[in-house]
Design a protein around this ligand. Structure first.
Ligand code: NDP
Length: 596
């Protein structure tokens, strides 16, 4: 029998926990990694090669060599557009999977829908949730399969883009002295790629070793990204700051390796069951019939967003959220907005009670278990899934240091201080995440000077405005590859990207085939799209009732379109994908203006 949930008590508890964490400085609490913090950004994986600056012309410059750039490059090549140049600040393709090689890194969304272009490249993921080395290798596979290495520039950061109206092309300037031109530019720089550090007093004074999880220092820890034991930590005291999705994956490995591990927690993550397993090749051979990945993608999205789906192919923690809501809705006698909202809320309360009960069932030390419980709705923060994280707190030598929502008080020359007590450490590892809510041009590292010199940073001073999350009025021949203002499907970012890549390839091909020099969204079409987005219900992710985090702009509710997450297509991701498929197949390209 299900226990009765005291909703009033839960509301109160959720509010109390949120209020403890609200702070006026929002995103400004974090440090920019420039100047004296710049060394946190250094690439530990690939030596930088010297090369001559480029001064040529390409048809398409693709900024970003992660999933966004790779799928766009792939779709362009498939469309017969050969002259494509990918540019990335990393030493190879991979984007987030290039940088994030921390122990235990793996995808949190099932590989079959998360890893793009599996069918095209003929790869079978070896596990339901593939580990990082396999995903990085897959990125390289895509690069090789589509010949994207041929003209690529690595360890290269674009610094400025300028539109040349006389010649209908973009000028690109980079930190390697390049100045080349491109008729079209695509921008897939990723929403989470600039590491950030917490602005903890004294952070500069620490004399031991320290690094950010996205620049894992295996030379210090021993081990490797494939999971070899970190044999240099056996006599070390290590502090990890942060308990988000990254920490959840690397803490179990550290717990096994360190003499003492201190995990500093400001807000607990919700950690549901992972249930990873190897892929059975016979099963895979049966499902991998032509068109299989598109079917899986559509099924995953449909199950999650209330579309029509007779079966749940992925069956995991993400689709469980939707299955529960659906079951509750089925029980309703009438579908009023109030009853629908209550159905959402009830299934969420039940789910979170289960997740909290799991902590009690797994963690032996009662006080530690109490502190590891998450008091917010599941989609308030990024849901986590893991079968060894909670268990790590049963390992002797692993200590949770909860800060009761306040965060670490201070860092000294020798350790980390919470509530006046110093925890001495040889190494501090920052699992403190990435910039999210800051301006697009700040995160991208470049601004665009578009038609008539208009700057993207100024155009978007009050927030992003696009058509389909791809086109911006005043910036011809430039395309964004990202999820916001389109499907906004957070549970599977690559699905957004593959669709955007497909759309862009069709548009570029159309322009080239018909001899158009320029394509630009009209102001009217952009305005109408933004109005449509704002007429929708928004998203649960940015709810003001949520505990602060990057899903809700660190608790700031006054930012409107400045929050990249808060608006997607009003009818949901499935409807957006159907809409955009029809839009690009119609060949009318409504809202765009092609010019000779
Ligand atoms: P997050 O931003 O999610 O986590 C940062 C952590 O640092 C939080 O626990 C935060 O606490 C904590 N923190 C910040 N300031 C302080 C402070 N002063 N004192 C103590 N703690 C502090 O970063 P992650 O790298 O974990 O994850 C970022 C995103 O990357 C994820 O949400 C996910 O989208 C993606 N990701 C995906 C993975 C996958 O798919 N496999 C794996 C890992 C990450 P608080 O919560 O209170 O702000």
């Amino acid at each position: 029998m299900t226990a009765v949930i005291d909703k009033e008590a839960l509301y109160r508890k959720y509010r109390e926990e949120r209020d403890k964490r609200l702070r006026p400085d929002g995103n400004d609490q974090y440090l920019r990694l420039t100047g004296r913090f710049a060394h946190y950004l250094a690439d530990p994986y690939t030596p930088r090669m010297e090369r001559e600056p480029k001064a040529d012309h390409v048809t398409v410059a693709v900024i970003g060599g992660g999933f966004a750039g790779l799928v766009t490059g792939a779709r362009l090549r498939e469309a017969g557009v050969g002259d494509v140049r990918l540019i990335d600040k990393a030493g190879d393709f991979g984007g987030t999977w290039y940088w994030n090689r921390y122990p235990g890194a793996q995808c949190d969304t099932a590989s079959f829908v998360y890893m793009p272009l599996l069918e095209e490249t003929g790869h079978m993921p070896t596990e339901k949730y593939a580990h990082a080395p396999e995903i990085l290798e897959h990125c390289r596979r895509i690069g090789k399969h589509y010949g994207l290495y041929d003209n690529a520039l690595f360890h290269t950061e674009v610094r400025q883009l300028e539109w040349d109206a006389a010649r209908s092309r973009w000028h690109l300037y980079t930190d390697r002295g390049d100045h080349f031109t491109a008729q079209f530019v695509t921008m897939g720089v990723g929403p989470l790629h600039v590491p950030k550090l917490p602005g903890i007093p004294g952070i500069q004074s620490f004399r031991g070793h320290s690094f950010h999880t996205s620049r894992w220092d295996y030379a210090y820890t021993g081990g490797d990204p494939s999971g070899a034991p970190m044999d240099r930590l056996a006599d070390r005291r290590v502090a990890v700051i942060g308990t988000g999705a990254t920490a959840v994956q690397c803490v179990p490995h550290l717990a096994r390796a360190c003499k003492e591990l201190y995990v500093f927690q400001r807000t607990p993550s919700s950690v549901d069951v992972r249930d990873n397993r190897p892929t059975d090749p016979e099963w895979f051979a049966r499902i991998a019939t032509p068109g299989w990945q598109q079917r899986w993608l559509e099924n995953f999205t449909a199950v999650q967003t209330g579309g029509l789906a007779e079966e749940d192919l992925v069956m995991d923690g993400w689709t469980d959220i939707a299955r529960r809501v659906r079951a509750k809705i089925k029980e309703l006698d009438e579908l009023t907005p109030e009853k629908l909202l209550a159905a959402f809320e009830d299934s969420d309360f039940e789910k979170m009670e289960e997740i909290r009960a799991r902590v009690d069932a797994v963690v032996e030390h009662r006080e530690t278990a109490r502190k590891l419980k998450a008091w917010y709705r599941q989609l308030c923060k990024r849901p986590c899934f893991h079968d060894e994280y909670l268990q790590a707190f049963n390992v002797p030598g692993t200590h949770l240091v909860d800060t009761d929502g306040k965060g670490v008080e201070r860092i000294t020359e020798t350790g980390v201080v919470v509530a006046g007590r110093e925890y001495e450490a040889d190494c501090v590892i920052y699992a403190s995440g990435f910039e999210v809510g800051t301006d697009y041009t700040r995160r991208a590292g470049y601004d665009l000077a578009g038609r008539d010199g208009a700057r993207l940073s100024e155009r978007w001073a009050d927030g992003m405005r696009t058509l389909h999350g791809i086109h911006v009025h005043g910036f011809p021949n430039a395309f964004l590859v990202q999820p916001a203002q389109g499907a906004n499907l957070i549970s599977n970012i690559p699905h957004n990207l593959t669709e955007a890549g497909r759309t862009i390839a069709v548009i570029v091909k159309h322009a080239l085939d018909h001899g158009f020099a320029e394509v630009e969204v009209t102001k009217a079409a952009e305005d109408a799209w933004v109005e449509l987005l704002l007429s929708g219900p928004g998203t649960l992710l940015g709810s003001p009732d949520c505990t602060p985090g990057y899903y809700n702009n660190e608790g700031r509710q006054d930012l409107g379109l400045r929050s990249w997450l808060n608006v997607g297509y009003p009818q949901g991701a499935m409807a957006y994908f159907a809409y955009i498929d029809e839009w690009r197949s119609s060949n009318a390209f409504e809202g765009l203006e092609f010019r000779p």
